[in-house]
Write a protein that binds this ligand. Structure first.
Ligand SMILES: [Zn+2]
Ligand SMILES: [Zn+2]
Length: 143
């Protein structure tokens, strides 16, 4: 695991801002149909150890499945995070962070659900949904 740092970010309107701890800069893309519908396109996100929100009352949450929630600003609609209900840690949308040259695309999942009209460049892992599920030892979908 690479070194982790803390990074700041905010939604488009600024009603929600945050500092995320334990960020390793490793961006993962998810092409699943749920992420694409929610995000408007494939989702780029990074894991965190902890997130301290300012303006948390402006965060709306949507249950995208029995086991996960997605959070967004109720004022401007900016997508902020994906969170597994039983784990609690935030997987933050990369676009919510203030830009950093440290962020690097390290993997793609649900490559079998990616629309054929675009690809992400670079050498990194590309797993189908089934391969990803096997890698985390789960029979559930992540949506
Ligand atoms: Zn906002
Ligand atoms: Zn997804």
């Amino acid at each position: 695991m690479s070194e982790t740092k803390s990074y700041s970010g905010r939604c488009l309107c600024g009603a929600v801002s945050f500092t995320a701890e334990g960020v390793n800069g490793e961006v993962h893309a998810c092409h699943c149909a749920t992420c694409r519908k929610w995000r408007g396109a494939s989702m780029l996100a990074m894991g965190t150890a902890a997130v301290d929100f300012t303006g948390a009352s402006n965060i709306a949450r949507y249950d995208s499945s029995e086991w996960a929630q997605r959070g967004f600003c109720r004022n401007c609609g900016s997508n902020l995070f994906y969170q597994l209900k039983d784990q609690g840690n935030y997987i933050m949308c990369v676009g919510a962070f203030d830009d950093s040259p440290d962020f690097e695309l390290c993997g793609e999942i649900y490559i079998d659900e990616k629309p054929s009209g675009y690809d992400f460049a670079g050498e990194h892992s590309r797993m189908t949904g089934a391969e990803f599920m096997a890698s985390i030892g789960s029979g559930d979908s992540t949506s």
